[in-house]
Design a protein around this ligand. Sequence first.
Ligand SMILES: Cc1cc2nc3c(=O)[nH]c(=O)nc-3n(C[C@H](O)[C@H](O)[C@H](O)COP(=O)(O)OP(=O)(O)OC[C@H]3O[C@@H](n4cnc5c(N)ncnc54)[C@H](O)[C@@H]3O)c2cc1C
Length: 487
Amino acid sequence: MNRRRLLQVSAGIAAAFPVARLVSADSAALPSELPATSLSGNPVALSGADIKDLASSMRGQVLIPGQEGYDQARRVWNAMIMKRPAVIARCASPSDVIEAVTFAREHQLLTAVRAGGHSSSGKSTCDGGIVIDVAPMQGVRVDPKARTARIEGGALLGHLDREVQQFGLVTTSGTVSHTGAAGLTLGGGLGRVCRRFGLACDNLRSVDVVTADGRLVTASADENADLFWAVRGGGGNFGVVTSFEYQLHPMDPTVLAGRIDWPIAQARDVLSFYAEFSAKAPDELNLDIGVFRGIVSMRPCWSGNPAAGERVLRPLRAFGRPVRDEIVGTPYVTLQKSGDSLNGWGRRFYGKSGFVDVFTLELIERVIEICSTAPDSFGLVAQHAGGRVGRIPVAATAFANRSAGYWLMLSQGWSDPSADEQTIAPIRSAWKRIEPLTSGFYVNAMSESEDARVAANFGPNYPRLQKVKRNYDPHNQFRLNANIAPA
Ligand SMILES: Cc1cc2nc3c(=O)[nH]c(=O)nc-3n(C[C@H](O)[C@H](O)[C@H](O)COP(=O)(O)OP(=O)(O)OC[C@H]3O[C@@H](n4cnc5c(N)ncnc54)[C@H](O)[C@@H]3O)c2cc1C
């Protein structure tokens, strides 16, 4: 569809939604010129008429600094990140996304794409550019017979989990339910059932993507297969995904899960046990671990047959002298929300993370050294990977870190801005001792120092990713991500 025709269609749609249109298209509230930032980082000016044009072509809202709702809309999950985009396009539909992408391209604007807003390093927002925000698009449709689910680009993991579990079905999602499915899936997607069913991206059947030239294309194994390969792990490099279709799997809605804790004094033995037990675990068992100043805590989730789960977990529960054992039958959806408030919106966050293949003795010693002297609430957490994730060939999708047994993370959340430096410095220095033992990092949790290591991290998949990038985003419009340079 050409742009003029599209504008006519969109204007028709906008007329049917006068409230949404009023907020943005009110010319009295628009300045004649709005300072903005170009793709290459230079200052540019947008005219009020341009903004008005964009607003009247969209069903959703267009917000600029000073407008009611702008400050709320620019917030992201990590309160450390407080950027000021020139324009926030709150998209209500794929045609809104087409409008926003076209606007960004025609004005050469720095472009961020945002769904759940959980990028902890702030990749989904920017200063002076446009934020294409798909958060208003949260529909989920399940086809229980075909065992598939289709979600819109802004749906959260909790929406997906809840709708599919109604039918005793599941697909891999992450551990905090207010995370966006889009960002998580495009970068990989580790979660409590990934060892059994693969990463979130491994369960994709198709996606709809608005590419940099403003086309809406479908990518699947049969259609635009190169793009389909690239979005499964290559992040937001190739366009704005407006819908994801997942394969679902039957799963008992009750899993055997909870926590079991040991005092830090037993850390060496517990971590050595964990290294062996988790490496040999069946795919139905996901076993995360956290090491904090006072305790070592394991968080199992057994998603298979309950009686078999009791048997598999017996050696773990009998190990050492745990001070707490709260492993019980738990609804999967409840478990998936259990970390929500601890990881709530509005707190400050800093973290460093990377993948390790195995928990070596050297790693165990460094973890103990760091965590036994760490400040309160500072901790190291390892999310279990491996299983089916590692049996899928590296070349099958863009996600390249298939040998990882664990996603290791040192992080802390806090509230007081005056504590920023004193909180961040110990994490940085502790990570310097862990990082040499890691093999690659997770593109979904990139920190500032990793931009230069993206190519190496994608390993043998990088040249192919560069070709796909050249075909779909030759001018690198979508650069605020684990950025792939067009070939
Ligand atoms: C509390 C918390 C818990 C987490 N737990 C897990 C976990 O269990 N497993 C795991 O694998 N990861 C986990 N993560 C990391 C998570 O995968 C990333 O932060 C991910 O980017 C979040 O997606 P989002 O849509 O919320 O992010 P956003 O900040 O909205 O987006 C992040 C990036 O994704 C891309 N993007 C987002 N939406 C689109 C779209 N529609 N089209 C194209 N590109 C898009 C953009 O490049 C954007 O910069 C967690 C993060 C947090 C903060």
